[in-house]
Design a protein around this ligand. Structure first.
Ligand SMILES: Nc1nc2c(ncn2[C@@H]2O[C@H](COP(=O)(O)OP(=O)(O)O)[C@@H](O)[C@H]2O)c(=O)[nH]1
Ligand SMILES: [Mg+2]
Length: 181
């Protein structure tokens, strides 16, 4: 069985690559390098079992391409990142969500295997408030939302593991049903 794929999407500069570094190596890299696409494999504790996961980091350089659509369709979990000091990156979450719903052929955002992360929560100068983001995520987007900080290594692992657990349960239920039918 291939390892579950976790795909990172979101505007450039919001901290996707640093979140992945924190997730897999517990470290922060204070430099900006625009990654086109990077694959790495690591282990996360999912349902108390060390699980191999494939992490895919994108820069958003090729929106609406077929390969991007396929990558979304094949991902177990999609992590959409914005930065709390960048309002445009917050607005961009809505269009990425539409793209994910389309690629997953979902009629609504509900039950999409998506988690939205508001990164750089360590910054005092914000353009997106914590309460506002929580309301929009719950009532407009219907997705799980957490604030995180890759710089401080704060709240990085838990949201992604929870999303993987939810998605893995759904995946095994679907497989069980397809063998019964
Ligand atoms: N203050 C702060 N800066 C961050 C955080 N995460 C990333 N950065 C900075 O944001 C910039 C872009 O980060 P990067 O991970 O390359 O973003 P990506 O383009 O989304 O992959 C870099 O200069 C990082 O040092 C964070 O949690 N807090
Ligand atoms: Mg990057």
């Amino acid at each position: 069985m291939s390892s579950p794929k976790v795909l990172f999407l979101g505007s450039g500069g919001v901290g996707k690559t640093n979140i992945i570094y924190q997730l897999l190596c517990s470290s922060f890299h204070d430099r900006y390098w625009p990654s086109v696409l990077d694959h790495c494999v690591g282990y996360l504790r999912v349902r108390r079992r060390a699980t191999e996961v494939e992490i895919i980091d994108t820069s958003g350089l090729f929106p609406n391409s077929l390969s991007r659509r396929l990558m979304i369709a094949r991902s177990r979990v999609v992590v959409i990142v914005y930065a709390v000091d960048n309002r445009a990156s917050f607005y961009n979450v809505a269009s990425v969500l539409r793209e994910v719903a389309e690629a997953k052929q979902a009629k609504s955002h509900q039950n999409l295997p998506v988690v939205v992360l508001g990164n750089k929560s360590d910054l005092v100068d914000r353009e997106v408030g914590r309460a506002e983001a929580a309301v929009v995520a719950k009532y407009e987007w219907s997705v799980a939302h957490y604030e995180v900080s890759a710089l401080e290594g704060w709240n990085i692992e838990r949201p992604i593991i929870k999303a993987l657990e939810r998605a893995t349960d759904r995946h095994s239920n679907a497989r069980r049903w397809s063998t019964v039918m």
